[in-house]
Design a protein around this ligand. Structure first.
Ligand code: ASP
Ligand code: MG
Length: 439
């Protein structure tokens, strides 16, 4: 079994849906197809929710009308027969009725989650009917029946395994295309919830792992993971192969193509993840597999904005033990992950991207010594297979960045990553210079 996930831009147009149908019918192998909402729809649902929360009923109504129009036009163009168009309209009407009913009742968090789920519920219904109009053997299964998170908001793997296989054995043998929703799930209380924005990739990886799939394919609008940020640097290219660690670092540090959580379930069961372009299916894309990175040197660069760097300077750190533990305990207390760390004998710098508890963290750090905070920083992450002894690599990086003020450099933590922290105003410059210097 192969799991294929198609993102919002892939399902977002009738041509896109036709294209997906062609991709998944190239052969008759059994496939589980995970879909996002049509591009922009989740954003629209978020907006409707925000309007409702602020009791801006009139604006919410306007947005809902626009959404209805988008679906009307979509169905008109996608379906060839009146009967399938009518079936699809009836299903969209159910979702739209639910969305409209939110105007009339107090807006709670749980209604918000149900509202957000409508995007994937609608896209999968439309696509399944599209397949049936083409007389294909497909079935739609509801992710709300088998994707569940536990009390810590982590996926409940055992539940997913059991429920999904129970559902699949009940499908007729000739049904080789199973369609389901990405992103949506139930929480530990059994209420509708989601796996956070961009979570459809995560769904694909979770169900891929549950089924011990042969491969998990993530289909988007770009031909794989690129060696640098295509929005900043010209002539980037797609990387043919990455290890799970390399891909996880890149996804976490800003490569927008993949949800960072998506790697772990696949890695745990060593299921290859292939990134492909829906509009260019012949392009090889990126294959994420091997445990160890292959090849040598730097393969890719990604950057993540919105970083805060904190420096704690204290003579008490000199030759003291237990100092770092006490510093880290403060971050632990406020459930704030640290990304990059650099230390000297009398100072430590760390970066965080969750600033929710920043003030509390700072006030607890101040008794340790002098605390400096730099906002609006970016982490530039260089990923690859860095053989530590290989001379020249570090000097190449330093030489590339010689005119860029660098706040932190972290090297040697792993063989796969070098992280550089710069003020965000220098990020584009740094990405371009590194691109010229290291590739
Ligand atoms: N539709 C959801 C979002 O836009 C999930 C996804 O597309 O992965 O965040
Ligand atoms: Mg996505």
């Amino acid at each position: 079994m192969i799991v294929l996930k198609f993102g919002g831009t892939s399902v977002g147009t009738p041509q896109g849906m036709n294209q997906i149908r062609e991709i998944i019918t190239k052969d008759n192998n059994k496939k589980l197809v995970v879909l996002s909402a049509l591009s922009g729809v989740t954003n629209t649902l978020v907006e409707i929710g925000e309007r409702l929360r602020k009791k801006e009923k009139e604006q919410a109504t306007k947005v809902i009308k626009k959404l209805q129009k988008r679906y009307d036009e979509f169905l008109e163009e996608l379906f060839e027969t009146e009967s399938f168009k009518n079936k699809a309209s009836a299903i969209i009407a159910d979702s739209m009725d639910f969305i409209k009913s939110c105007l009339e009742k107090p807006f709670t968090n749980s209604i918000d989650k149900e509202l957000l789920a409508q995007g994937e519920l609608m896209s999968t219904n439309i696509f399944n009917l599209h397949l049936q109009e083409h007389e294909l053997n497909s079935a739609l299964i509801n992710a709300l029946d088998f994707v569940r998170t536990d009390a810590f908001s982590e996926p409940d793997d055992a539940f997913i395994n059991k429920e999904l296989s129970d559902i699949l054995v009940k499908q007729p043998a000739e049904t080789n295309l199973i369609i389901t929703q990405g992103y949506i799930c139930r929480n530990a209380e059994g209420n509708v919830d989601n796996l956070k924005r961009g979570g459809s990739d995560y769904t694909a990886s979770l169900v891929g792992a549950a089924l011990n799939a042969d491969e998990i394919q993530i289909w988007t609008d770009i031909d794989g993971m690129h060696n640098n940020d295509p929005r900043v640097v010209e002539k980037t290219f797609s990387i043919p192969e990455l290890s799970f660690e390399e891909a996880a670092e890149l996804a976490y540090f800003g490569a927008k193509i993949l949800h960072p959580s998506c790697i772990r379930p696949a890695q745990k069961r060593t299921i290859p993840v292939r990134l492909k372009n829906t509009m260019k299916p012949e392009a090889p894309g990126t294959l994420i597999h091997t445990k160890e990175g292959s090849g040598e040197g730097i393969k890719a660069i990604a950057a993540k904005d919105g970083i805060v760097a904190i420096k704690i300077k204290s003579l008490r750190m000199l030759m003291a033990y237990g100092f770092l533990r006490r510093v880290f305990e403060i971050f632990e207390k406020y459930k704030t992950p640290i990304d990059v760390i650099t230390t000297s004998e009398v100072a430590i710098s760390v970066t965080i991207d969750n600033i929710y508890y920043l003030d509390s963290i700072l006030s607890e750090l101040r008794p340790f010594g002098e605390v400096e905070v730099d906002q609006e920083q970016s982490i530039i992450c260089l990923v690859g297979n860095m053989v530590a002894e290989k001379p020249g690599l570090v000097s190449k990086i330093f030489a590339s960045l010689q005119d860029v003020p660098v706040r932190m450099i972290s090297y040697g933590g792993s063989r796969h990553n070098i992280s550089v922290v710069v003020d965000t105003q220098y990020k584009s410059e740094a990405l371009k210079r590194l691109n010229d210097g290291v590739f």
